[in-house]
Design a protein around this ligand. Structure first.
Ligand SMILES: [Zn+2]
Ligand SMILES: [Zn+2]
Ligand SMILES: [Zn+2]
Ligand SMILES: [Zn+2]
Length: 359
């Protein structure tokens, strides 16, 4: 089994999370890698409700060949309440972007993360002031700011109004405001190699190891050694404890046991590996697992990373819910056509089904 690396959310100044530094992150605005051929606004509308999808997270994951010297996988999600359907990923979209080492946007030398952060690398394209996606619509009054949609312009208006109405506009709005209904709170994702002895004790399914881990974890929580995410992890653990009553099966116990080793994990990364399922795939997502081949090269897709339920605690959005989201990408990470900076990949959503639904 391929190694799984764990991703943890950490607070980081927004200026270090721009495209210049090739971040992996949750929320805020997308740090676009390719800067000219962004996904269109139409592509980013939810198929079901036609609202713009929100940027959820991105993982910087370069690949071993020259065309993937830089490579980032993005996830977008519709936040409408009516679009959250159990075991359906219809409201989610994944994009892959990549660049060779020699490219028109970035230096061939790695960025230096010392001193003060440098400004982000600007796109020549206008971006939405509210969400950071393509913004073809300019404010009709001042023409200084752009939006992806009338909806985002309305949402941003209370912040833009004063500057827009000012007699002498200085032309730029440098303050980066995150509107909570549009952008999620921003966190860096730090991916660390998992050296916790993955798979060494997982065949032991009698629950005793798990209980021991949980007990250790509880102690850790009480002495407060889990840092800033202490409360987050604790509330998530309670949630598992409750849900486990409804979904007390072998797969869920394994999930819980793995998670209890590193309760703050928000992402599990392992190209070509196997996801950690939260429930029986046959009963929940067998249909979604008919993963289509890459539309570009015809090659197979493989698992690349999964988003854990812990991430939900950081998003401040009660509408959203998932057991786990698993992302599948072209196994060759094939070259993009000349007219595309971003191509779609595939995502699966798995939820715990409660006993009432389980037949
Ligand atoms: Zn929707
Ligand atoms: Zn927008
Ligand atoms: Zn204006
Ligand atoms: Zn491909």
């Amino acid at each position: 089994m391929a190694d799984i690396d764990l991703g943890f959310a950490e607070e980081r100044e927004s200026a270090w999370l721009t495209n210049r530094y090739f971040p992996s992150k949750i929320g805020g605005k997308p740090a676009w890698l390719e800067l000219e051929k962004l996904p269109s606004n139409k592509e980013l509308l939810c198929e079901t409700c036609q609202e713009p999808k929100a940027f959820l997270c991105q993982i910087y994951a370069p690949f071993e060949d020259e065309h993937n010297f830089h490579r980032t996988i993005y996830v977008f999600v519709c936040r409408s309440a009516g679009c959250q359907v159990s075991n359906s990923a219809r409201h989610l979209t994944v994009y892959r972007s990549q660049l060779p080492r020699k490219n028109e946007f970035y230096s061939e030398q790695p960025p230096i993360e010392e001193g003060s952060p440098l400004p982000e690398i600007q796109s020549s394209k206008k971006l939405c002031k509210a969400c950071g996606c393509s913004g073809p619509l300019a404010c009709s009054r001042c023409r200084n700011v752009n939006y992806c949609s009338a909806k985002h312009q309305r949402a941003h208006w209370p912040h833009h109004k004063k500057i827009c109405m000012a007699e002498n506009q200085c032309g730029t709005e440098s303050i980066n405001i995150f509107l909570p209904n549009i952008s999620f709170p921003e966190w860096e994702i730090v991916v660390e190699a998992n050296d916790a002895g993955e798979e060494t004790a997982t065949d032991n399914d009698d629950g005793s190891v798990e209980e021991k881990n949980l007990a250790e974890y509880q102690n850790l929580v009480e002495v407060g050694e889990t840092g800033t995410l202490k409360d987050v992890a604790e509330s998530e653990l309670d949630k598992y404890a409750n849900e486990s009553v409804a979904a007390d099966d072998k797969i869920f116990r394994k999930f819980r046991k793995e998670v209890s080793k590193d309760p703050d994990q928000v992402v599990r990364y392992g190209r070509g590996g196997t996801p950690l399922w939260i429930a029986d795939v046959e009963q929940t997502i067998a249909q979604q697992l008919q993963i289509p081949n890459c539309e570009l090269c015809g090659g197979e897709r493989q698992f690349e990373y999964q988003i854990m339920p812990q991430m939900l605690n950081l998003l401040k959005d009660d509408q959203l819910d998932w057991g786990t989201l698993t992302v599948y990408t072209c196994s060759k990470s094939c070259r993009l056509p000349n007219d595309k900076g971003y191509v779609r990949e595939y995502i699966v959503k798995q939820d715990i089904i409660s006993n009432e639904n389980k037949k």
